[in-house]
Design a protein around this ligand. Structure first.
Ligand SMILES: [Zn+2]
Length: 239
């Protein structure tokens, strides 16, 4: 795939994935916590599995363990830094505020995810395609996660979809950064894959999985997570 096609695909993945999540508010103004918990668990498992079995091994393979570890730790620290900048989660009844903060958080962390897509394609098209697929899938529950509080707070489904699409745009910008830096040298492919991997691990372990458990106390989010992990392994093996 040509570089410009990869970049266009990065934009499409972010816009369609997150946007589709926002558009769900057309169907359900307020999806049940049980449903949200299940898809959030699934998305978390899917990310965990592809980062661990596909993305990070490629980073280590290309750049060696040292560069890989350096990138991974940098990726975690970058997300922690942005997490500290974002204002505290709003009070429980302040849904608009909660939705806006969630939207910003998703928009910011979409950049390293795009970086993973761009660097993945620079490594091999099979890695690029599996990462792209997983990012697009896991963007849907993220779109739902930002849209639900906004929807409860009175935002119309159309506006919700537009906001979700805007939050998806950094994925494309990240993809372009991954492609252009990957052109410079394989060192950057490895480093960027590892940075993206570290960022994705933090978001998954620190936000998606705990959020899935908080939303609904039953077994269903764990089962969703395991199905996500298995799906990630299948995508890694097949694509
Ligand atoms: Zn994400």
């Amino acid at each position: 795939m040509s570089n410009s096609n990869v970049i266009i695909m990065g934009f499409i993945i972010g816009i369609i994935g997150t946007g589709a999540g926002g558009a769900i508010t057309y169907l359900y103004r307020k999806p049940s916590n049980r449903f949200l918990s299940t898809i959030m668990g699934f998305a978390g498992g899917l990310m965990l599995s592809v980062v661990t079995f596909d993305l990070l091994p490629h980073a280590f393979e290309i750049g060696g363990l040292k560069i890989g570890m350096l990138g991974l730790i940098a990726g975690v620290l970058i997300v922690v830094f942005f997490e500290d900048i974002l204002p505290e989660q709003g009070k429980r009844n302040n849904y608009l505020r909660e939705g806006i903060i969630m939207g910003f958080a998703i928009a910011i962390h979409n950049f390293p995810e795009g970086l993973a897509v761009g660097s993945g394609f620079m490594s091999s098209s099979s890695l690029g395609i599996s990462i792209a697929l997983v990012i697009a899938l896991h963007d849907i529950p993220e779109g739902v996660a930002m849209s639900t509080p906004l929807s409860i707070g009175g935002v119309t489904p159309f506006k919700n979809m537009i906001y979700a699409i805007l939050a998806g745009i950094p994925t494309g910008i990240g993809t372009a950064a991954g492609v252009y830096m990957g052109e410079v040298s394989p060192f950057f492919i490895s480093l960027n894959l590892a940075i993206a991997g570290g960022a994705m691990l933090y978001v998954t372990c620190g936000e998606m999985i705990p959020e899935a458990r908080d939303l609904y106390r039953g077994r269903i989010s764990v089962l969703g997570m395991i199905v996500g992990i298995i799906s990630g392994i299948i995508i890694t093996e097949v694509v």
